[in-house]
Design a protein around this ligand. Structure first.
Ligand code: GDP
Ligand code: MG
Length: 162
């Protein structure tokens, strides 16, 4: 079986946009309205001659359990299934309590993880990304999934974990 790279994070941080960027095509559903991607969707992906399975996550619905708990459920399942994880955070928002909770899940699962600081569309955003050191996952990988900034370096780093 191919190695599995899972993309996790809160709704609207740009997970599906990043997945599309990695796939080089528009396939994962991107929406301005959070919660459009249902549960987990797997794609056949490749980078630098390596084939792997890329898993997009979502599945948040406005139900009784509330946002944080749905994100955590999805993250937990995806972490379990993955060989390595891209944990995407919106650099323009900064770290949230939900992000810290997911960090704890990642620690417990002991999965190789890259912290992705998304929505750094230009140089000015780099300062925002520095706030993400506080999550304790080391240096954030600065990208703009929308424009492709930093995506190649991120994938090179991800391949080293698979
Ligand atoms: P998901 O819920 O985490 O899958 O997020 P989506 O990929 O659906 O993106 C949510 C919104 O953020 C959409 O409006 C995207 O166009 C926008 N977005 C995603 N990546 C970036 C980025 O790098 N920069 C900016 N400015 N917007 C982004
Ligand atoms: Mg999505």
């Amino acid at each position: 079986p191919l190695p599995v790279l899972a993309v996790i994070g809160r709704p609207n941080v740009g997970k599906s946009t990043l997945v599309n960027r990695i796939l080089g095509r528009r396939e994962a559903v991107v929406q301005d309205v959070p919660g459009v991607t249902r549960d987990r969707v797997s794609y056949a992906a490749d980078w630098a001659g390596r084939n792997f399975t890329l898993v997009d996550t979502g599945g948040w619905e406005r139900d009784v359990k509330g946002l944080a708990s749905r994100v955590a459920d999805q993250a937990e399942i995806a972490i379990e299934l993955a060989d390595a994880v891209l944990f995407v955070v919106d650099a323009t928002v900064g770290p949230t309590d939900t992000d810290s909770y997911v960090v704890n899940l990642l620690r417990r699962a002991n999965k190789p993880t890259i912290l992705v600081a998304n929505k750094v569309d230009d140089q000015r955003g780099e300062a925002d990304a520095a706030m993400l050191w506080s999550l304790g996952l080391g240096e954030p990988f600065v990208v703009s999934a929308l424009h492709g900034r930093g995506a190649g370096d991120l994938l090179d780093a991800a391949m080293a974990l698979l």
